[in-house]
Design a protein around this ligand. Structure first.
Ligand code: ADP
Ligand code: MG
Length: 609
């Protein structure tokens, strides 16, 4: 007597199966993730039933998931000790595509206590097995004490069969006979790495051919107060492939507007800073402890690519494929919440331990600067996190510190770019601000010019390059009177001819004889340097203005010398201009200058003799 019943799949199933098998998932290996997720769901459901006092068949069976491979028979099987299925449930859950038993289960317990943390919601994961199977056989025995076991099997084309099973243990065993092209999934090594990749953090032990595979637990699901530094550090070393403990860790949990559980780490060092290729984000996206996407793109802004860790959101659909993931609105929401909270975290860290933060900024500051330049939405928050030396502080200070020290009459924030502290202190653009008693931000990284250019202001105060500072020093007694100074300016202009723009008297020089200033108001000297590099080889199309210091002995001397010794005075005027270019970092033609200096020296010795 045969008790086997043959059922044809629902009418639209053949078509749907085709979609699931051929286009829903990008990687075939995903079926392992899906079947383990189902096993974990079934086990979780059983645990939930048990904990709520329901009587279950074989109540002592340990809760675990076993995967077994047979490379000779070309099979892979998944066994769980979960809640199993009755005959009706088999028909309903596996015979009807897009009918999710998990969803029905959740609906059922909605009014009762708690959400048992179930992964499935979409009712198609099971069918991913048919991507690799010629035949799938499901042996299952429900937890309900008066039920018996059942065997369901199908080739995934048009029909499935159900027959009673004998002596089955509680739970479900799914055996997959692999297609010839997919026999790799019967190889233990291959399967082990797939389990580790996707299912390493499943909340039940997973054994592969009898050996435990998932060894590290999903600590992000535990509460912060239960976790020690060592727990976090060990987890980081595992997931971040690092031998050192992390510099910072950020454990963040939220329920609204999105259910998020994130554990993010800042490593001790930036490999990119050491000259390694562009860092690839190592933040992985999970849904209820199951990997959805490793090195998830779009989950965090590009400039946060130095972070390592995991983001787990229950709101994510598990069976989504990589391609559809990238532009989903959900990802954008996650991105927004996470990056905002992480910046807030950094701000708090900077407040509570400034030295540690300074170390972080030294290592990862250029990522934040990249953010200022490229990411308008976070610009303001990022500006608070920038740190620079200033004329009064050798330890890095933020703009907020600077602003808090500004004298009342100072309106703008001033900065100078130079190769190092000494160069900035010696800059002719600094001397006037110094005389005024204004603090100046010193920037040694050529990038900073762009950063300031994008930032433009902080806390309502303009960021102004020192060379553009509109300040007037209190007029001391001027050594060259107005007429003499104007005549000297004319002389210099005539001496240099087309090479120079305007020449005028400066109100902001103290120790330097002269400075060059941009004739173009929107240009700064470092932008000019960069443009010049781009234009290398061709004639420099830009002219500078020159501002002279009417109190400097050299200027006073030049004004009287120009009448008697016009030849050498012209050379000196040229040299004054070149010197000003040198101190602005804009000088180009050392050969021509060398000739002139030699000639000047020659005249000096000849005269001395
Ligand atoms: P989902 O997991 O999104 O609900 P699946 O296609 O993966 O969809 O599974 C369909 C349904 O089959 C599940 O909701 C569940 O009710 C049932 N099921 C699948 N695998 C198992 C299992 N190992 N034990 C018990 N029930 C299972
Ligand atoms: Mg599923």
């Amino acid at each position: 007597m045969s008790t086997t019943e043959k059922h044809t799949f629902q009418a639209e199933i053949a078509q749907l199966l085709d979609i699931v098998i051929h286009s829903l998932y990008t990687d075939k290996e995903i079926f392992i993730r899906e079947l383990i997720s189902n096993a974990a769901d079934a086990t979780e459901k059983l645990r939930f039933l048990q904990s709520s006092g329901t009587e279950v068949y074989q109540s002592d069976r340990p809760l675990k998931i076993s995967v077994n491979t047979d490379d000779t028979a070309h099979t892979i099987s998944f066994t769980d000790s979960g809640l199993g299925m009755t005959r009706d449930e088999l028909i309903e859950n596996l015979g009807t595509i897009a009918h999710s038993g998990s969803k029905a289960f959740l609906q059922q317990i909605k009014e009762n206590a708690g959400n048992p943390g179930i992964i499935g919601q979409f009712g198609v994961g099971f069918y991913s097995a048919f991507m690799v199977a010629t035949k799938v056989t499901v042996y299952t025995r429900s937890y309900q004490p008066d039920d018996t076991g059942w065997i369901w099997s199908s080739d995934g084309v048009s029909s499935y069969e159900i027959e009673p099973g004998q002596d089955l243990d509680r739970g479900t065993k799914i055996v997959i006979n692999l297609k010839e092209s997919d026999r790799e999934f019967a190889r233990a090594h291959r399967v082990e790495s797939i389990i580790q990749k996707y299912s390493n953090f499943v909340g039940f032990p997973i054994e592969l051919n009898g050996t435990a595979v998932n060894t590290i637990s999903a600590i992000w699901t535990r509460s912060k107060s239960d976790l020690t530094d060592t727990d976090y550090d060990e987890f980081y070393k595992f997931i971040g492939h690092d031998i050192d403990a992390p510099l910072y860790r950020f454990h963040f949990t939220a329920d609204a507007p999105l259910a998020i559980n994130a554990l993010l780490f800042v490593p001790k060092n930036s490999l990119e800073k050491l000259g390694m290729p562009k860092t690839e984000s190592e933040v992985h996206l999970y849904c209820r402890r199951i990997l959805i996407q490793s090195k998830s793109k779009g989950l965090l802004p590009e400039w946060l690519r130095f972070l390592k860790g995991i983001v787990d959101s229950e709101d994510l659909p598990l069976n989504i494929s990589r391609e559809t993931m990238q532009d989903s609105a959900l990802m954008q929401k996650l991105n927004k919440v996470l990056s905002g909270r992480f910046l807030k975290f950094l701000e708090d860290e900077a407040k509570s331990d400034a030295d540690k933060y300074a170390g972080f900024f030294k290592e990862f500051g250029h990522f934040l600067k990249e953010g200022v330049v490229s990411d308008f939405t976070h610009r303001e928050a990022l500006a608070k996190l920038l740190r620079y030396e200033t004329s009064v502080s050798e330890s890095p200070a933020g703009f907020a510190d600077y602003v808090s020290r500004m004298p009342e009459e100072q309106k703008d924030i001033y900065f100078i770019s130079g190769p190092n502290r000494e160069a900035c202190l010696a800059s002719p653009y600094y001397e006037g601000l110094k005389a005024k008693g204004y603090e100046v931000v010193f920037q040694y990284d050529p990038w900073d010019e762009f950063v300031m250019d994008h930032l433009r202001e902080f806390d309502g105060k303009k960021l102004v390059p020192a060379e553009k500072a509109e300040i007037t020093l209190d007029a001391a007694e001027q050594k060259l009177d107005e007429t003499a100074a104007r005549l000297l300016c004319n002389f210099i202009k005539e001496s240099l001819g087309d090479k120079i723009g305007d020449v005028r008297v400066s109100a902001r020089l103290v120790d330097s004889p002269a400075v060059v200033v941009e004739s173009d108001k929107n240009m700064t000297s470092s932008m000019r340097r960069i443009l010049k590099n781009l234009n290398r080889g061709s004639e420099n199309p830009f002219k500078h203005d020159l501002e002279i210091n009417p109190n400097h002995p050299m200027m006073v001397g030049l004004e009287s010398a120009r009448k008697d010794r016009p030849e050498v005075s012209k050379q000196i005027a040229e040299q004054v201009y070149d010197n000003a270019l040198i101190s602005a970092g804009l000088f180009e033609d050392p050969q021509a200058m060398l000739k002139r200096i030699n000639s000047l020296l020659e005249q000096l010795v000849t005269k001395a003799n």
